[in-house]
Design a protein around this ligand. Structure first.
Ligand code: ZN
Length: 85
């Protein structure tokens, strides 16, 4: 599963993180509690930024790569598009 995290405020220019996991709950737990993996999430959370899961896709790492290569992740994000509050 591919997931999109939306930050409650921007870290430098970043406001999103796209990742892939087999188990989203476990992965988020790792992000929050052990800071395992993504450097961006480590520094963002050290800066007091909270993140929420904006969207998930039923896809593999190929999809993750494809989505990461898109420049504007905000166009993928329902929160940024005002579809979710
Ligand atoms: Zn967003």
């Amino acid at each position: 599963m591919v997931y999109l995290l939306h930050f409650d405020k921007k870290y430098k220019h970043a406001q999103h993180y796209i990742g892939y996991t087999e188990n989203l709950d476990r992965r988020l737990h790792e992000h929050e509690l052990t800071n395992k993996g993504a450097r961006l999430l480590q520094v963002a959370s050290a800066a007091g930024i909270k993140f929420t899961v904006a969207k998930t896709w039923d896809g593999d790492r190929k999809l993750e790569r494809k989505l990461k290569n898109r420049k504007k992740s905000s166009s993928l994000c329902p929160i940024c598009r005002g579809e979710v509050t």
